[in-house]
Design a protein around this ligand. Structure first.
Ligand code: SF4
Ligand code: SF4
Length: 203
């Protein structure tokens, strides 16, 4: 006759061993749980390392990083909002962040919260507008980051040269003719790619 499973010698031996062995599970919550170093937890923005480019939003599979351009505020600003409740902790945002410092995967694993704000993280970046048409050009930190990376070569680009000049205080604003017609002389202004093409082809 076949014995019930709990009476089989092998099972009984394992049961006795288990009684006198230390617990295999962690003692959370009475003891803080520390995940391994390679653990991929909650992504967190780093406002100092972020240039506001929005690349993380474009590569995020569940689209949980929202980019809102508020052009009516003074100065205009870009708001980046990360919605943790939709995050799948894949790490694509960190991987494709051009500065590699704007958003980082932390080892935080306890995502519990009590209100919607607990699942949101947001940062704001000032926006620069085209001096010719007034359209959105880019976040100021992105232009500054570009100019720094290019070094002296950035002065070959009028927009970056004028922008750096404003930051360093030797330029107040770009050169812009007073008529509505765009002229070639408007090249030395902070301008969007569309206006740059127009001023390059103007008389
Ligand atoms: S710098 Fe990085 S974190 Fe900031 S918006 Fe760009 S990709 Fe996202
Ligand atoms: S970890 Fe993945 S899902 Fe979460 S914010 Fe980054 S890209 Fe989006």
């Amino acid at each position: 006759m076949r014995l019930p499973a709990f009476m089989q010698p092998r099972i009984l031996k394992q049961a006795v061993q288990a009684v006198f062995s230390p617990a295999f599970t962690t003692r959370f919550p009475s003891e803080t749980f520390e995940p391994q170093d390679a653990f991929r937890g909650r992504p967190r923005f780093n406002s100092d390392g972020c240039i506001g480019c929005g690349a993380c939003s474009q590569v995020c599979p569940p689209k949980c990083i929202e980019v809102i351009d508020d052009l009516d505020s003074t100065p205009p600003k870009r708001v980046l909002i990360q919605h943790l409740d939709a995050c799948i902790v894949c790490g694509q945002c960190e991987r494709y962040c051009p500065t590699q410092e704007g958003i980082r995967m932390t080892r935080e694993w306890d995502f519990a919260g009590f209100e919607p704000g607990d699942f949101e993280e947001r940062i704001e970046k000032e926006l620069v507008m085209c001096e010719i048409c007034g359209d959105l050009l880019a976040p100021a930190d992105q232009l500054y980051w570009l100019a720094e990376r290019l070094g002296p070569v950035s002065f070959a680009n009028p927009t970056l040269a004028m922008f750096s000049g404003q930051r360093l205080g030797y330029v107040q604003q770009g050169v812009r003719n007073s008529s509505v017609t765009t002229l070639r002389s408007d090249r030395m202004a902070i301008q969007c790619p569309k206006c740059k093409r127009q001023t390059a082809g103007a008389a």
